[in-house]
Design a protein around this ligand. Structure first.
Ligand SMILES: [Zn+2]
Length: 88
């Protein structure tokens, strides 16, 4: 999986959420991750969404360590978020 990170600054909630997916995949640099977290902690909307997503992240990590299929789990995360209208 290649990164979607184009290096552009995070300037809105959609950008932050997109980067959040990359962060879940472990594709962001520490600096980028700081940017995403910085937006999330200062934005009530994203904070709620991120909290929601953190629960999936925990499941994702458990599946990874258990030899599951991260790809299909990631899709489930995206589907769940889309159901909440969070993704395009
Ligand atoms: Zn936001």
């Amino acid at each position: 999986m290649t990164t979607h990170d184009d290096g552009a600054p995070i300037k809105d909630c959609r950008g932050a959420m997109t980067k959040l997916f990359d962060m879940l995949d472990g594709e962001l640099t520490a600096e980028r991750e700081r940017e995403v977290r910085s937006h999330i902690t200062s934005c009530p909307d994203c904070f709620t969404h991120a909290d929601f997503e953190q629960r999936f992240l925990a499941a994702l990590q458990a599946a990874r360590s258990g030899g599951g299929c991260p790809g299909s789990l990631r899709n489930k995360v995206i589907e769940a978020l889309r159901a909440e209208g969070l993704t395009h």
